[in-house]
Design a binder for this molecule. Structure first.
Ligand SMILES: Cc1cc2nc3c(=O)[nH]c(=O)nc-3n(C[C@H](O)[C@H](O)[C@H](O)COP(=O)(O)O)c2cc1C
Length: 191
């Protein structure tokens, strides 16, 4: 007998969306902002390009469109509350960094706000002008122009998950504020 049951289509994305949750940071004309995004992925190798779903209604989208860039920060377990909070309120009404006592640095290439404390890594991204994004879709494409990671967890281009770096291990959103961190890594045998 099969254990499979139908999944409501509005829940289908949850079957594949628990890659690392990211923080999308942005700034323009004296305003700055941060929001959570569960939907992001790499789409090209060289130059490195990514896709991130940034709802048209968000303040982040407004700032990213105006400045032509945004940051992607990878929060660790210690920032789960912060991540949920900045994904639940809008920066139109308040400076979410100040509200939560979090101080971003300026990225070296684009100057976008990036977070290091509590994060495993960050990237600066230049938005790629795309007619379909402007007209219809929430998906934004961008080129990664600089990146840095905490060497305690990302070394020589590889993740190194250990008991002693649990605080900066990326978190994955399962829905409604429930996060999980990946545990129990398995090294597959080579062919
Ligand atoms: C864990 C989590 C993941 C989210 N993922 C996304 C996402 O992938 N894309 C999106 O547009 N909004 C996502 N949201 C919602 C935005 O973070 C939310 O609309 C936020 O309030 C927008 O803030 P802003 O108006 O300050 O830009 C997510 C929220 C949470 C809590």
């Amino acid at each position: 007998m099969s254990h499979f049951q139908p999944v409501a289509l509005h829940h289908a994305s949850r079957l594949i969306n628990h890659g690392p949750t990211v923080l999308v940071t942005s700034a323009h004309a004296g305003r700055r902002n941060v929001m959570a995004a569960a939907w992001s992925m790499p789409v090209e190798f060289t130059p490195p390009r990514v896709a991130v779903v940034i709802d048209k209604k968000t303040f982040t989208r407004e700032l990213a469109a105006a400045s032509g860039c945004f940051g992607l920060c990878i929060p660790g377990l210690a920032l789960a509350d912060f991540t949920f909070a900045v994904g639940s309120t809008s920066g139109r009404d308040e400076d979410k960094f100040a509200r939560h006592g979090v101080t971003p640095l300026a990225g070296p290439v684009l100057g976008v706000p990036v977070l290091e404390t509590g994060c495993a890594a960050w990237m600066e991204c230049r938005l790629i002008p795309e007619r379909h994004t402007e007209d219809a879709y929430d998906t934004c494409f961008a080129e990664v122009v600089s990146a840095a990671a905490d060497a305690r967890i990302f070394v020589n281009g590889r993740w190194a998950y250990r008991e002693d770096n649990a605080d900066v291990q990326p978190i994955h959103h399962l829905g409604a504020g429930l996060f999980v961190r990946a545990g129990g890594t398995v090294q597959a045998r080579g062919v």
